[in-house]
Design a binder for this molecule. Sequence first.
Ligand code: MG
Length: 164
Amino acid sequence: MFTEKLQKALNDQITHELYSSYLYLSMAAHFEAANLPGFAHWMHAQADEEREHGMKFFEFIYDRGGRVKLQAIEQPPTEFGSPLQVFEQVLGHEQKVTSLINDLYALAQQEKDYPTQVMLHWFIDEQVEEEKNAAAIIELLKLAGESGPALLMADRQLGSRAGD
Ligand code: MG
């Protein structure tokens, strides 16, 4: 069993992960409206992955004999701008999530909770991937420009992302 403080922070992280899922689902809706089905597909896959992240925390809390308390999920924005602007927002959001995971790790160290530290190693690696992927798509979109055939090719490329 972990301390109340750590249990609260882990519960908060479920909310952050579910908000990420909600944010990416809103970005999927944005791309559906913009007739960019490949980008929309990528965002749907990303939203599913974030829900799974939330569930990893959910299950971990139960594995440790804790109690999950779900909280309200904030409304995400509905307008995001051009594809490049969207992915700049994705990168900014993932950088925020990275700092939340780092704070959680620091708390687990402070509370001397070793199982939580081990569990968080997976998330620390995952955040490196998330930031790397968003940065790579930003570079692709800078090359592709705001419209035209290169953007449609980028849309097709993102549409080939496997479902997670
Ligand atoms: Mg996540």
